[in-house]
Design a protein around this ligand. Sequence first.
Ligand SMILES: Nc1ncnc2c1ncn2[C@@H]1O[C@H](COP(=O)(O)OP(=O)(O)OP(=O)(O)O)[C@@H](O)[C@H]1O
Ligand SMILES: [Mg+2]
Length: 227
Amino acid sequence: MTLRLDGVTVTYPDGADRRTVLHRVDLRVAAGEFLAVTGPSGSGKSTLLAVAGALLRPDTGQVHIGDAEITAASPRRAASIRRTRIGFVFQEANLLPALTALDQLLLVPTLAGDRPAHLRDRARRLLNDVGVAQRAHARSDHLSGGERQRVALARALMNEPTLLLVDEPTASIDHTQATTVVNLLAAQAHRHGCALVMVTHDATALSACDRTVELAELNQGPDGGAT
Ligand SMILES: Nc1ncnc2c1ncn2[C@@H]1O[C@H](COP(=O)(O)OP(=O)(O)OP(=O)(O)O)[C@@H](O)[C@H]1O
Ligand SMILES: [Mg+2]
């Protein structure tokens, strides 16, 4: 099992109180599985991805990626797992504005000491796969929202992740591009054996998934819908 959440609870400060967003969530995603997560705005979908991607430590519960328990890992070890095993595409593309599209893909692996020539080939191929090859040398703040989102996806694939976490990847792109992106995601799961969790409401994206869960179904107990 690539991703395993056991009894994960996350609360956020809410005035003087705390509000429970995830309540005793159990989730399994196998290698090669493409899972969609749906649910209303504010229901905790991005929070679920942040916990699965070792960006947010839950209040209670365990998260395993492969055989590594990331909830027990030091910050340094969690960062290493993120860099080597996880690809993350945030709801906002989170690109560095002054870097070109190509340099967005090269930055982290170059810092980590990988061979530049090999990386450049891979980066160009990925930009081509997501349909933005002709914008490879454009600064990211000159790209459209949909182009930025696709560059962010290409960047997430640079380290050949075993776990890919994608937040609304088709929200700002047209139907043709959405099909390209969704096919690329499905190929990551089905051909490369990546475990993939995608937050989406898009019918095109949902139709390519192996399984869909509603966030409320994952929550157990007093705050959730699956008591
Ligand atoms: N750092 C934070 N501090 C306090 N509350 C937060 C924080 N991050 C998120 N929340 C709240 O937790 C709830 C879940 O947020 P989350 O971003 O996970 O929702 P979502 O399902 O991804 O929503 P959307 O579909 O709008 O992206 C929301 O009510 C949000 O306001
Ligand atoms: Mg969200």
